[in-house]
Design a protein around this ligand. Structure first.
Ligand SMILES: Cc1cc2nc3c(=O)[nH]c(=O)nc-3n(C[C@H](O)[C@H](O)[C@H](O)COP(=O)(O)OP(=O)(O)OC[C@H]3O[C@@H](n4cnc5c(N)ncnc54)[C@H](O)[C@@H]3O)c2cc1C
Length: 289
């Protein structure tokens, strides 16, 4: 089946891109394997237009329903291969599709450590985003799990809000060049055994049986690569992110990227904006062709 545009990813970036392409009266398909980051998001309070807190799941479903209402085609499937033979060829587990343009909105996979209790307390004290959730920990004692620059940056986000911030390196050494404004942050480099709590997380238990009371643990182990698909088509990447210009174009003609997979602010508002820009430029590209 051939399309003007295929979007990979049905999160905020992919759906936003598809709305613009569809409303330009072009044929667009969105392929997504799951709900991406929104599926893990319990409460969203920093996105425009919702009088009351909205859950990630609700926002995700709203976006998908909106796209369907406008006539966007959607497939739940995993893309496993990409090629180009004058058109983009998208191979999924179950089908093969073709398109004139391709928009990658594949999000950013976040590293999840295998410490007992992390999965259990996701959304109940375990968070993956300080900028999103710091507000919920006002005047509380919180910890950041990680030992690199990302962990330090998350700890800095939490400092003005929380009562105390402890970086837990889980047996690793913290990165060098600890700067002086980290004086207020406690550092514990002991290996962690597990996280404990009842309804919500309450403490970190270390291998030496000591413990640390905490109301929240922010996982900040860096972002795993989301660039594998882009690389298949020769797109330039920088670390874990796809390199784009201000119109969300990659270096490959007709190939765009938007949302978390381009790095920067990993937030819904930025994903929606970039999706719109990618969609609009893809329309121009298709019309020129
Ligand atoms: C716990 C948590 C809390 C958060 N809280 C907030 C908040 O309060 N406010 C806020 O603004 N942001 C928050 N965020 C961030 C926000 O969810 C993301 O910035 C946003 O979802 C990014 O949108 P995206 O479309 O780029 O990627 P995603 O929403 O991650 O979507 C990626 C899509 O790509 C698909 N995909 C990936 N690979 C493939 C493949 N090979 N084949 C097919 N499909 C594929 C996935 O299935 C998914 O559909 C939070 C994130 C997390 C994890």
């Amino acid at each position: 089946m051939s399309y003007d545009c295929i979007v990979i990813g049905k999160g905020p970036a992919g759906i936003s891109a598809s709305l613009y392409v569809k409303r330009a009266n072009l044929k667009v398909l969105v392929i997504g394997k799951d709900g991406g980051a929104l599926e893990k998001t319990k409460e969203i309070d920093n996105y425009y237009g919702f009088k009351n807190t909205i859950s990630g799941q609700e926002l995700l479903i709203n976006g998908i329903e909106q796209a369907k209402r406008l006539g966007v085609e959607l497939e739940t499937d995993e893309v496993i291969g990409l090629e180009f033979d004058g058109e983009y060829i998208v191979k999924t587990r179950n089908s093969i599709f073709k398109a004139k343009t391709l928009i990658l909105a594949t999000g950013a996979r976040r590293n999840v450590p295998t410490i007992k209790g992390i999965k259990e307390f996701e959304g109940k004290g375990v968070s993956y985003c300080a900028i999103c959730d710091a507000f919920f920990y006002k005047n509380k004692d919180v910890a950041v799990l990680g030992s690199g620059d990302y962990a330090i940056s998350e700890a800095k986000q939490l400092l003005p809000v929380a009562n105390s911030v402890t970086i837990l390196t889980n047996g690793e050494q913290i990165v060098e060049n600890r700067n002086t404004d980290l004086e207020k942050i406690q550092l514990l480099e002991k290996p962690i055994n597990h996280f404990r709590g009842n309804e919500v997380i309450e403490e970190v238990v270390f291998n030496d049986n000591s413990n640390l009371k905490t109301s929240g643990v922010f996982i900040a182990l860096g972002v795993a690569s989301s660039t594998d698909l882009a690389k298949k088509l020769g797109a330039i990447t920088n670390g874990n992110y796809i390199v784009v210009d201000k119109n969300m174009k990659t270096n490959v003609p007709g190939l765009y990227a938007c949302g978390d997979c381009t790095g920067g602010l990993l937030q819904i508002s930025k994903a929606v904006y970039e999706g719109a820009v990618a969609g609009l430029d893809a329309i121009k590209y298709i019309r020129k062709k």
